[in-house]
Design a protein around this ligand. Sequence first.
Ligand SMILES: [Zn+2]
Ligand SMILES: [Zn+2]
Length: 388
Amino acid sequence: MRALVYLAPGSAELQDRPAAQLVHDDDVVVEIVGTGVCGTDRKILLGRFPARPGVVLGHESVGVVRETGAQVRSVGVGDRVVVNPTLYCGWCVPCRRGATNFCRHKAGTEVGVDRDGTYAETVALPERFVERVPAGLPFRSAVLIEPLACVLSNVRAASLTFDDTVVVLGAGPIGMLTALVAAREARRVTVAETDGYRLERAREHFTHVVDVAGTDPAETLLKTSDGERPSVVFDTTGTGLDAALRLIDDGGRVVVMGFDDTYTVPLRPLQLTNRGIQVIGAGDYRADIFPVAVDLAAELSAAPRRPGTSTSTSTSTSTLLDRLVTHEFPLEQYPEAFAALGGLTQADQADRAGSGNSTQPPPRYDALKVVIRSHRGPVGADGWPVAE
Ligand SMILES: [Zn+2]
Ligand SMILES: [Zn+2]
C-alpha cells in the first residue's frame, strides 16, 4: 500500500509499505477513507514536535472495517468507523485512574507519531480504538471527531459556566471547534485570529471575531472589549500564553492547547498567586471522552436546516462541523495538502509570508481543515466514497 512516511524535520515521502494485517485476536484492519491534517503533523514536519523517523504519519481518520480478529465483538466488516489514535494499556496506574491519556506505556502507542498512522490505505488497531460512526453522520464530518474529543477535554478542564466570558486565540480547526463548544456553555465567546482567510471563515460562524494581525493580541482584544477582561482564555495557537496571561481577568483560567516545543514564556509565580490565575494543561483526552465526541458530532451535524436554504450554504453556527473541511487531496498530492496550511517546512512558510529574514514568520492559511484521502474507490458528489 502507499503510505506517507516521516523521514526527518522538513522531510516526508510516499513509500510502498505492506498492507496492515491482523496480529492479535482483538485487532481490526481498517481501510482508511480520509485523514484530517492536524497541526501536530505540521509541527512534526517543522521539527517542533518529536516523532519517530520512519513512522507513517496521520491520526485523525475515518474508514471502513475490512477484517476482524477472532475475538472482535464491537464492530464488524463493512462498518464505518473513526479511529481513536490515543492508544493506552488499560492497566498501569494512570490508566486505572481513568487518565488513559497519561498511560505510562505511551512509547510506541501514539498513532501517526511513534506508531504507524493513517496517511495510508490501511491500518490495524485493537478494536477498542475504533468507534462506529453513527448512521447519517457523513465521513466528512466524522473526520473531525478526534479533534472534537481533544476540544471537549480542554473545554471541560475550564469548567465553564454561563457567566464566563471566553477568548479563543486562533481560528484554525481547533480554535473554531473550541469556540463552538464553549459557546454552548459560556455567556460570550470572542475569537482572535491573524490570518485573513481564517478571519473570514470565523465571521461566518461567530459574532465576536477580532483581527489581531500585526498587533499585540492582548491590547487589541482589550480595546475591542472596552477594557473588560475575559474570565477564560483558550490558547489554541501554542504561542499565545504570554498574551493570555496579560489578557485574563483576575481569578481567570488560561487553558493552553496548541503544541509548540520551541515556544517558552517567562512566568512570575506571584502574578498567578496575587491574581488567582489558573494555568491549565489538559493534554489530549481520556478514553471516555471519545464516544462523547462521536455523539456530539452526530448532534452538531444533525442540526435543523432552515426551510428554503440549501443544506450547504446555511451560515448558522450549528453547521460549522459540516463546513470545517475546506479542502481534500488524494494521498499523492500531500505536498499540496500541507501547502494549503502554510507549507511543509520553515522555508515554505518564509516564502509564503514574504519575509525570509524573520526566523518564525506567521504562517498564512488558505484552508481550515484539510483532509488527505486514502480511498481509491468511487466517490460521491462531495468527493467522499459512495456509501457502502
Ligand atoms: Zn490531531
Ligand atoms: Zn496505561
